[in-house]
Design a protein around this ligand. Structure first.
Ligand SMILES: Nc1ncnc2c1ncn2[C@@H]1O[C@H](COP(=O)(O)OP(=O)(O)OP(=O)(O)O)[C@@H](O)[C@H]1O
Ligand SMILES: [Mg+2]
Length: 341
């Protein structure tokens, strides 16, 4: 794909995704992924992480989805792409690792067949050469006995191996951009972290630009350059990974960090320890969507949606009370930081 080298790998502006005319799953998201960088998307279940990732490849169900805003991949306008151009984009320039590996892998073909098929869909190479590449990929993602495992069916592999096979499948056509949704399946925490570290390694080696979803803030700091915290379809805080974790300015981010510090959030588990629940996306309240659960909310927060505040260069938070939030965090910073970094 040719584009000026200065164009970010992915640039999303004011993305909105509405399902069935009522569910505002994504509400004005901006994300910039610079080439060769990794951005982590963090947030509770239902905050719109997967919907955002899928929008980049236009994979949301066509008929009931209204999508608005701007999405550019390596300078190309994804919103304006024909079905044919989208097909070329998917799996080639942009590859995705799905949250449900068993849904992404076809149960009736061996993993090796699926990888060689994916390669031959996009490139004119022989079956033998495609299999050689599949084998090299299996070695690269460190699947033991790669030759034998190529001939395994997805259900014959463990969850961790399946996840590695999915990474191999995603890398089969040498993509520039990798979108990785954290698996929900019962992979244990250490396996998940190994997979994230593998992704980080591959990213550096292959010069990939990556957006990945994770529920683990500690892992995000290790593998991402930037962190974007999502809440109810919006990015509430975004900045360099260290700034967001060590110097948060949004009460929601602080809540996530605190719940982790309390030990309530073991490494790798889902983020759900802040009391209360996110708003109904079909019936958004006015004001800040986090206000009903916020320890700092005041009257204005329930009435008027907060604008982004640039709290540091390259670090922004959508909150009326960034100063108070930051001060509250400073007060117990040591304990929280120790638990995360
Ligand atoms: N095809 C769809 N039709 C209707 N609503 C949808 C559809 N896909 C997602 N949603 C809704 O959009 C919201 C965001 O969903 P999304 O899958 O992006 O959450 P998530 O942040 O990935 O959560 P998780 O951490 O559980 O994977 C949810 O309320 C979900 O129910
Ligand atoms: Mg998801």
């Amino acid at each position: 794909m040719s584009a000026p080298a200065t164009e970010p790998a992915v640039a999303i502006r004011n993305l909105t995704v509405v399902f069935g005319g009522v569910v505002e799953a994504v509400d004005g998201v901006d994300i910039t992924l610079e080439r060769g960088q990794a951005v982590a998307l963090i947030g509770e279940s239902g905050s719109g992480k997967s919907v955002t990732l899928r929008a980049i490849m236009r994979l949301n169900p066509e008929r009931k989805t209204q999508i608005g805003g701007e999405i550019r991949v390596a300078g190309q306008d994804v919103m304006a792409m024909s079905p044919k151009a989208l097909q070329a984009l998917r799996g080639r320039a942009v590859a995705m690792i799905f949250q449900e590996p068993l849904l992404a892998l076809d149960p009736v073909y061996t993993v090796g067949q699926q990888i060689t098929e994916a390669i031959r869909q996009h490139e004119r190479i022989s079956a033998g050469a495609a299999r050689q590449r599949a084998l090299a990929l299996f070695e690269r993602v460190r699947i033991p006995s790669p030759e034998r495992r190529l001939d395994a069916y997805p259900h014959e592999m463990s969850g961790g191996m399946r996840q590695r096979a999915m990474i191999a499948l995603a890398l089969a056509c040498r993509p520039q951009v990798l979108l990785a949704d954290e698996p929900t399946t019962a992979l244990d925490a250490t396996v998940q972290i190994q997979i994230l570290l593998l992704l980080r390694e591959l990213q550096a080696e292959l010069g990939l630009s990556t957006i990945f979803v994770t529920h683990d803030l500690g892992a995000a700091v290790e593998v991402a350059d930037r962190i974007a915290v999502m809440y109810a379809g919006r990015i509430v805080e975004e900045g360099s990974a260290r700034d967001v974790v060590l110097d948060p300015h949004h009460p929601y981010t602080i809540g996530l960090l605190r719940s982790r510090a309390d030990g309530a959030l073991a490494k790798g588990t889902r983020l759900k320890t802040i009391p209360g629940s996110p708003p109904d996306l079909a019936n958004r309240p006015p004001g800040c969507p986090f206000a009903p659960r916020c320890f700092l909310a005041e009257e204005r927060c329930r009435v008027e949606a907060p604008p982004y505040v640039d709290v540091q260069p390259g670090h922004r938070a959508a909150c009326w009370r960034t100063e108070a939030a930051h001060a509250a965090f400073q007060a117990d910073k040591a304990a929280v930081a120790e638990a995360v970094v």
